[in-house]
Design a protein around this ligand. Structure first.
Ligand SMILES: NC(=O)c1ccc[n+]([C@@H]2O[C@H](COP(=O)([O-])OP(=O)(O)OC[C@H]3O[C@@H](n4cnc5c(N)ncnc54)[C@H](OP(=O)(O)O)[C@@H]3O)[C@@H](O)[C@H]2O)c1
Length: 297
């Protein structure tokens, strides 16, 4: 089979589309014929070697964790899923023709593989940080960097829970943020004052890592009501950095429910073939995705 692989850490040019042994579903796992794989910032961070100290990767390594496809092997002990089912979920080396998943859910009716592949990681992250920041119905959540993958999920899930949201994004994404139910404002010069004019803020999430933790704490008035997923210096201000993933099976079930109820939809900014993996990483790294980027196999 074909898969995207890298044999040394480095820039996007270390990615190659190669022939590889097919993986197989061990106990508790399934294998899918991958139709689409989500592109996440963690994919290029791993490729650059940023996580070698914490989660060492053995080379050569595959790329990708989110995927959607057709089940073609069911491992020992797995129940409730059969060959031929359409699923989306989380696994390893998903930029490939076949991949093994460790968590999955049946795809909601009407969803394309391309759309489905965009949900797993961002919904898991959104659910985790909304829970950690402890915002309640009737309160207001400020989201810095709200128009990307995680932000799109956070805004819609928070709205579904009766939480008001203020989102910051680029000028081109203001209407998009409003379409997700947020009060929208641009980041950059004067953003703190613009947010203040929008009213009281009870909690805040930093999704862009753009060096705004101090300002978020000032706006909320309590560092314990601020969470960052992108600024490892957040703890200097008494703010929690959320980096450990929560339960993916629960997140997938909740994603399927929200999508089926019409409460969650994340658009695809752009699709790429496996041969275009380097371009996908360059675009993702630029940090201005509206919704999601996906590989289509
Ligand atoms: N710790 C964890 O568990 C975890 C999990 C998932 C992701 N992450 C990290 O979280 C970050 C966001 O992930 P993502 O998938 O949502 O990324 P993404 O899809 O690339 O979105 C990033 C968003 O940030 C916005 N942005 C860019 N510069 C900004 C600025 N100066 N101020 C405010 N917003 C700005 C962009 O808005 P415009 O396009 O409108 O400019 C873009 O929509 C990444 O760094 C990723 O590595 C961490």
């Amino acid at each position: 089979m074909k898969r995207v692989s890298f044999a040394e850490f480095g820039g996007p040019d270390v990615l190659h589309l190669v022939d590889a042994e097919e993986p197989h579903a061990g106990p508790g796992r399934i294998r899918i014929a991958v139709r689409a794989a989500g592109v996440n910032a963690v994919d290029w961070r791993i490729r650059e070697g940023q996580f070698q100290q914490v989660h060492p990767v053995e080379l050569p390594a595959g790329v990708g964790q989110d995927a959607a496809g057709v089940v073609d092997e069911v491992g020992e002990g797995v129940e409730g899923v059969a060959v031929g089912d359409h699923v989306f979920g989380d696994g390893s080396s998903t930029y490939a023709e076949f991949a093994v998943l460790s968590a999955w859910a049946r795809m909601p009716e009407g969803l394309t593989f391309e759309e489905a592949a965009g949900y797993p990681s961002v919904v898991e992250t959104a659910l985790r940080i909304i829970d950690q920041v402890g915002v309640a119905p009737g309160q207001t959540l400020l989201v810095s960097g709200a128009s990307g993958g995680v932000g799109s999920a956070v805004l819609q899930i928070a709205r579904d829970r009766g939480v008001a949201v203020i989102g910051t994004g680029g000028a081109a994404n203001q209407d998009y943020l409003r379409s997700l139910g947020a009060v929208a404002t641009t980041y950059g010069e004067g953003w703190v004052e613009r947010v203040r004019q929008s009213g009281r803020v009870d909690a805040a999430l930093d999704l862009a890592g753009s060096g705004v933790i101090r300002e978020l704490v000032e706006l909320v008035g309590d560092p314990q009501r601020v969470v960052s997923i992108a600024d490892i210096g957040a703890s200097e201000f008494g703010v929690r950095f959320s980096g450990v993933a929560g339960s993916m099976p629960e997140a997938l079930a909740e994603a399927a429910d929200l999508i089926s109820r019409g409460k969650l939809h994340i658009p695809i900014e752009k699709s790429y073939s496996l041969a275009e993996a380097a371009a996908a990483h360059i675009d993702s790294r630029a940090g201005h995705t509206r919704g999601r980027r996906v590989m289509v196999i």
